[in-house]
Design a protein around this ligand. Sequence first.
Ligand code: FES
Ligand code: FES
Length: 190
Amino acid sequence: MVGDEHVSMIPAAHTKVWNSEVNGQPQEVLAPSNAVLLDVLRDKVGCLGVKRGCDMGTCGCCAVMVDGQPRLSCLTMAQDVQGSTITTVEGLADGAHLAPIQQCFAEHGGSQCGFCTPGFLISSQALLDKNPNPTDAEISTAIEGNLCRCTGYQQIIQSIQAAAEIHRGDASPAKPASSAHSDPHPSGPN
Ligand code: FES
Ligand code: FES
């Protein structure tokens, strides 16, 4: 405090343009130059499926794919991935149709409270994109950075194996239980 004037000890970050392709859409937003990718995706781009769990790189809830590689968005400076192709959990589905990995998590109990699920789906999809025939050990390695306190992990491994079968063409995706319909409250319940 100088006289009546408050002087911050931490200089404010300046705002910079950030642009990347997120879930197939070009995005150009203004964000603090020191923002982490998690905050830009949630607060500027609106991808609320990217979850903040620990905010320190231990839970995996915030995982997204950057140029096809899973990354922890809470530990990634947004400016460092400027111009990348980013996929969040919202980008896995094909329009109204769930991706096989999403469908299999739902069918095999891989998602219970669901808070960890976006991160698991991203890590799993990144694995299946490279290796559609993973062993259980390879799956365990791929998801070792994701924590789940509900499922005990076995159902998650079963879900990923079931999705792998669909990716290999050894099984068919289940038919949707109902056809997609428009949001009855597009501007909220009120
Ligand atoms: S919120 Fe990023 S690892 Fe937990
Ligand atoms: S389903 Fe609840 S933490 Fe994983």
